[in-house]
Design a protein around this ligand. Sequence first.
Ligand code: RVP
Length: 498
Amino acid sequence: PGPLVAELGLTYDDVLLQPGETDVIPSEVDTTSRLTRGISLKVPIVSAAMDTVTEARMAIAMARIGGLGILHRNLSIEDQAYQVDLVKRTQTGMISNPVTIGPDATLEDLDELCGRYRVSGLPVVDESEHLLGIITNRDLRFTPVAEWATTRVRDVMTPMPLITGKVGISHDEATALLRQHKRERLPLIDDQGRLRGLITVKDFVKSEQFPHASKDGDGRLLVGAAVGYFGEAWQRATTLIEAGVDVLVVDTAHGHARLLLEMVERIKSDPATRHTQVIGGNIATRAGAQALIDAGVDAVKVGVGPGSICTTRIVAGVGVPQVTAIHNASLACRPAGVPLIGDGGLQYSGDIAKALVAGADTVMVGSLLAGCEESPGELVFINGKQFKAYRGMGSLGAMSSRGKKSYSKDRYFQADVSSDDKIVPEGIEGQVAYRGPVGAVTHQLIGGLHQSMFYVGAPTIPDLQARGRFVRITAAGLRESHPHDISGIVEAPNYTVK
Ligand code: RVP
């Protein structure tokens, strides 16, 4: 088992990156990095699988800026699959599997569907997907609400012939058609007249607005989702895959565990699931990383105890300071060509580059994003300031039922605990300051990373990983790093006084 006392463990506040010779311009660096063996992201930031951080809105916002969201699993399989579906149908060049409605549905059904999927119109198809027409919110306006329950879609839709495109139409051709006919939607059909996709003007505009968006081969946004490792976990995994999830995270507080490794092996060997990218975690040692790699993961997630809401190191006395944990795990990941995700403990943008130099390829963040508009939960006012709730998935709030079923207990291997008062929490609940939209927050995080790359002299992430060198600092060094000898500090968009 090695020496009784391991080496000294270091974390972000213990180190700084040394400046190196540079001819890099911050705005010109390339931050593309590998999330998994099969997926690269233009922005190496992933939002945490937590019920106060990532649901569909956050996942959409993260994919649009070039990162990724991992949908949490503290909800039913159906609800989580629905969230995957919401992301996959959002804003892309083309919607390959659009929501449709049948001709005999009522306007009430139409209104409900449009609300659920936040769309303003739907193609109308028969049972074998033949395109019959199109119906939009505008068509609703001319029918009094009192008649919605009895009026059929076929009576108010715009019927065929419509302006349509053939599947596989180019971006330019589609733009030309939409423009020429002043249409907002272009249904795509095959030779038999069956609906095969939908292009909307709105999506085209957005795809220009988000040039770095993380997309799959069909132009749909990428999304990840967390699953467990036993019980309903297999059904959850297969249902999420059917809903179109791109990455599964077998998500536990202790990834160096037999049940979890078996789950990874099963996903990576079953013909129905093995093509999906799988992330395993969390581990904090080289042996833990090696076990996940041997089980077949496409990326290893590192972090035991660094999370801002985590009490595992206090409650169980277990963990490894994050820079050391990442570095040790990378000793197994690098030779195997398996990317590493540094999960938890990041407080400022500068910690991203520190994680990457230590051996990570991407980072996962919770608290830095929990205060965003797109995170789940309402704004709360405390002493005139705005906050949002943030809680650990191992907190009492997340693990206890409080009126609804908790799916979070097995993350801490406590699924067998029968009553709430027997739970041993490993996290806490609290608030973080409201930070506005994800786009503004990630602009500062990415901007900070650009500056790191400039100082180190690294135009790309692999260059940063190769060139970056740390200096270990003392408590005096850390004090010197933060603003000092000044009072009444005005908060900056990327700096808060703690
Ligand atoms: P942070 O970004 O420092 O807020 O950390 C977020 C990470 O903390 C998550 O991605 C997860 O790995 C971990 N976590 C989530 N819940 C808990 C807990 O209750 N202990 N920990």
